[in-house]
Design a binder for this molecule. Structure first.
Ligand code: FAD
Length: 471
């Protein structure tokens, strides 16, 4: 551990993204050849993120005779899969409407059980395939720092228990015990679940791509797909003809023809500190490296990296007009400064610790905030995504589910309620932009109010925003 005194934060300028710190730390990605011209195969998968790679991996293991081609615009793990917070969480995004609907209770319970088990399934493959992804099943801590956050945290734990979770799955950590785990300034109470692993995202994507190739999958990089149609994927380098085509482009989906209003490309930004000296860790605690978040409406998520840094992410500038985003992940200075302020507010001993990197990525958000996976046997078109920022483990469940659907295997995965889930489109512009701006303005205002005028209830404006957004 580097025990040199950290440089003053004021001296640090955020470094522009070259995809992400994770790729920089992992070593630049190994590049693969691009599509050599027209080809035929059995399954064509568009996108080499976790969704495409897990799907390819499980399909190849299920039926080694299948000719599987993954077609990727840049390189494996270029998207959110190489940029995320590294929470492999046994928790799937589900809207409050779905959670509260008694008619869907059975399906919700089965889905929750399936995603909880997914963490161990993914970790087992990581171990079996010798993927070095800094994976550690350290669990997850959520920490409330205002009475309103505390109320939300307690209500959320109560809801999880009412939906079949046990005290083993989730428990309240009162302030005394919380302090022995981690010193978050002003922490009132926390909640702990063991069902989460910390991973190094880019190393996981790189390792998965290599593992899929070992099982016979071919990955073509630097090949932008321009059109997806039944039976064919078109690119400027040639066409891939296949009876089954999987769309695995999550946050990028809106840029495909005909998909502009399917999943909103939501931005999420991250910064990472320099390695933190042991003397500072002594003040912070966090020895077990649980993944960590607060309960703000515009929440942040954190991990302690394997080389003793802290990576923290949040929404930054959540959505740019007309599905705009910078694929390279360049991040405005005010976004990284805002994240740094939140980080130092949570951990005052980091005042002098420098921020070394910042980057952004896009994730897919469906209009009803519920992810989906599906396969239309008639057209041969399949898809998965819309994970609302919880795609690391969910993509594994999607990959296994698509494998069952595509191979015609009826299983306990194929009748989970997210299979074939149809959602309405997002509103056209400018309504979409105005709606998301208003929602996040409301959340930020609510967070400020809850901090400055503490009361044990979510601010009204945030409750209204949730209701209107249909979260
Ligand atoms: C900053 C950030 C932090 C996050 N943190 C977490 C977290 O801690 N835990 C969690 O569970 N989830 C997190 N998420 C969400 C999670 O990372 C994603 O849901 C998940 O990685 C999606 O995987 P994917 O394979 O579906 O999409 P992606 O990883 O985005 O992959 C899609 C791929 O498709 C390629 N592509 C797109 N269009 C085309 C085209 N036309 N032709 C060819 N290829 C194309 C892209 O280049 C990309 O490589 C985070 C997301 C972001 C952005």
């Amino acid at each position: 551990m580097d025990e040199r005194p950290a440089r003053p934060a004021a001296e640090q300028a955020p470094v522009p993204a070259q995809v992400s710190f994770w790729w920089e730390a992992a070593g630049r990605p190994r590049r693969r050849r691009s599509l050599p011209g027209d080809i035929d195969c059995d399954v064509a998968i568009v996108g080499a993120g976790y969704t495409g790679l897990w799907t390819a991996y499980y399909l190849a293991r299920r039926d080694p005779s299948l000719r599987i081609a993954v077609i990727e615009a840049r390189h494996a793990g270029f998207g959110a899969s190489g940029r995320n917070g590294g929470w492999m969480s046994g928790h799937m995004a589900m809207s409050s409407t779905m959670l509260a609907d008694p008619a869907r209770r059975d399906g919700v319970l089965r889905l929750r059980e399936a995603i909880t088990r997914t963490v161990d399934e993914a970790l087992a493959v990581i171990a079996a395939e010798n993927i070095d992804a800094d994976a550690l099943k350290s669990g997850n801590l959520r920490v409330a720092v205002t009475p309103a956050q505390e109320a939300r945290l307690r209500a959320s734990v109560a809801q999880e228990l009412s939906l079949g979770a046990t005290e083993h799955d989730v428990r309240i950590v009162e302030a005394g015990e919380l302090g022995s785990l981690i010193n978050v300034a002003g922490a009132l109470v926390g909640a702990y679940t063991p069902h989460c692993a910390r991973v190094q995202p880019a190393k996981l994507a790189a390792g998965l791509a290599d593992a899929a190739e070992r099982h016979g999958v071919t990955i073509y990089e630097d090949t932008m797909v321009t059109v997806i149609e039944p039976g064919v994927v078109r690119t400027r380098r040639g066409s891939v003809r296949a009876p089954v085509v999987v769309r695995a482009t999550e946050g990028f989906t809106a840029r495909l023809p005909g998909q502009a209003r399917r999943w909103l490309p939501m931005n999420s930004s991250m910064i990472v500190t320099q390695p933190i000296p042991g003397s500072v860790w002594d003040q912070i605690g966090w020895q077990r490296a649980e993944t960590l978040s607060d309960l703000a409406h515009a929440y942040v998520y954190l991990q302690r990296t394997t080389d003793d840094r802290i990576a923290i992410g949040g929404r930054g500038r959540p959505y740019a007009f007309g599905n705009g985003f910078d694929p390279a992940g360049t991040t405005p200075a005010q976004t990284s400064a805002a994240l740094a302020r939140i980080l130092r507010g949570m951990f005052p001993p980091l005042a002098e610790v420098a921020i070394e990197w910042c980057w952004s990525g896009v994730l897919g958000v469906p209009r009803d905030w519920n992810p989906s996976v599906g396969f239309d046997r008639q057209t041969g078109l399949a898809w998965a995504g819309g994970y609302v920022g919880q795609g690391v483990a969910t993509a594994n469940l999607a990959g296994r589910t698509l494998t069952d659907l595509i191979t015609g295997t009826t299983s306990d995965l194929t009748d989970l309620p997210w299979v074939g889930h149809a959602d309405r489109d997002w509103e056209p512009e400018p309504l979409r932009w105005l709606g998301v701006q208003a929602m996040y303005a409301a959340y930020r205002y609510a967070d400020r109010r809850e901090a400055s005028a503490p009361r044990p209830r979510s601010a009204l404006v945030a409750r209204i925003a949730d209701r209107i957004a249909g979260r």
